[in-house]
Write a protein that binds this ligand. Structure first.
Ligand code: IPM
Ligand code: MG
Length: 370
């Protein structure tokens, strides 16, 4: 997968050896544990290919609220802006989840990061692993070979629209401008062109005005991409189609809220939430992160699956045009699965249970020997 925004780095790519400055935001819960494995894998690959990588850690989420009262402090923002890429893990803490009146929440840090870095395009691949098909709640024959990408708009819609939060009355506004819709559709078309040339625009145009703008803009743009088959699907129908026939999809594009919901559904198709990485790109530093959350109950237990984080590192390399590097990470992940070096939730019955650290170490070792 190659992202067009990588153009920014073209100069660097000409020289095979790259200098990468990475901001590492481990966040909360299992974040620090999976982050450590992601960083270790990134370093091993860089060493192998002769790239120079420097990483700088910065706080965010509940950890940052506890430390400085702000889930995305100015200093963290500066560290991100100063970096070539951000390797992000997860934020969230139950002490906030159960307190609707909390003034400041860890998730606001994530939203602030997205907004301040202008990360309007969230790329979430839903890819299945043949050896894990049986872990999916869906029937094997439905899941096998399912492979699509959800492109989620990330800085608009209800997440950021005007809101009011009163005791008896509250609202969120789902606002989109033509420009916001156009730029995300462009990204989606570029992905569709590099894949199987099938784009599904997911909306709720039978009810929502904002969706009708999406549909109108997409219909206007479609003729510019005659090689891509564009179709439209209502979000309720899309959620059904995803589990009835996940192979139908190649690239789907949708607004922020629908994308949030559909990608959780997508992650279930694969059998474990711990497997799916994502990239968020846009105006400033791109961010690479697992799609799962901070799983606070597992914090410190060394049971969280580091693969989504490690695959985020593969996406990071691919973003910079470092194809072989990304491929090696993917190969190492596949090999670990084949060798049954797996965290408990995807281990075969009776198989040895590996911890977060052990899976990470195995993958690092594989990369070193490759
Ligand atoms: C996601 C998450 C976030 C979102 C939360 C943590 C704010 O669910 O990245 O999908 O809703 O976007
Ligand atoms: Mg979500």
């Amino acid at each position: 997968m190659f992202h067009t925004f990588a153009a920014r780095k073209i100069e660097n790519q000409i020289h095979k050896q790259m200098k990468l400055k990475i901001a590492v935001l481990a966040g909360d819960g299992i974040g620090p544990e999976i982050s450590a494995q992601g960083v270790a894998v990134m370093s091993a690959v860089c060493e192998k290919f002769g790239h120079e990588v420097t990483s700088k850690e910065a706080i965010c989420g509940a950890t940052a609220i506890d430390a400085v009262g702000d889930p995305f402090p100015e200093e963290t923002f500066k560290t991100c802006m100063d970096a070539d890429a951000v390797l992000f893990s997860a934020v969230g803490d139950p002490k906030f989840d159960n307190n609707p009146s909390a003034k400041v929440r860890p998730e606001q840090g994530l939203l602030a990061m997205r907004k301040k870095l202008g990360l309007f395009a969230n790329i979430r691949p839903v890819q299945t692993f043949d050896c894990l098909v049986h872990k999916s709640p869906l029937k094997d024959e439905l899941v096998k070979g399912a492979d699509f990408i959800c492109i989620r708009e990330l800085t608009g819609g209800m997440y950021f629209g005007e809101k009011k939060e009163g005791d008896d009355y509250a609202y969120d506004t789902n606002a989109y401008t033509r420009n916001e819709v156009e730029r995300i559709l462009k990204v989606a078309y570029q992905y569709a062109r590099q894949r199987n040339k099938h784009l599904t625009v997911v909306d709720k145009a039978n009810v929502l005005a904002s969706s009708r703008l999406w549909r109108k803009v997409a219909q206007e743009m479609a003729p510019q991409y005659p090689d891509v088959k564009t179709d439209f699907m209502y979000v309720d129908n899309a959620s059904m189609r995803m589990i009835q026939e996940p192979r139908f999809f190649d690239v789907m594009v949708t607004e922020n809220t629908f994308g949030d919901i559909l990608t959780d559904e997508g992650s279930c198709i694969t059998g474990s939430m711990g497997l799916l990485p994502s990239a968020s790109t846009g105006e400033h530093t791109p961010v690479f992160e697992p799609i799962h959350g901070s799983w606070p109950q597992a914090k410190g237990l060394n049971i969280a699956n580091p693969l989504a984080q490690i695959l985020s590192v593969a996406m990071l390399f691919e973003y910079f045009g470092l194809k072989a590097e990304g491929e090696l990470v993917r190969k190492a992940v596949d090999a670990s699965l084949d060798a049954n070096v797996r965290t408990p939730e995807i281990q075969v019955e009776g198989g040895a249970k590996y911890g977060t650290k052990e899976v990470g170490a195995w993958i690092v070792d594989y990369i070193k020997k490759a």
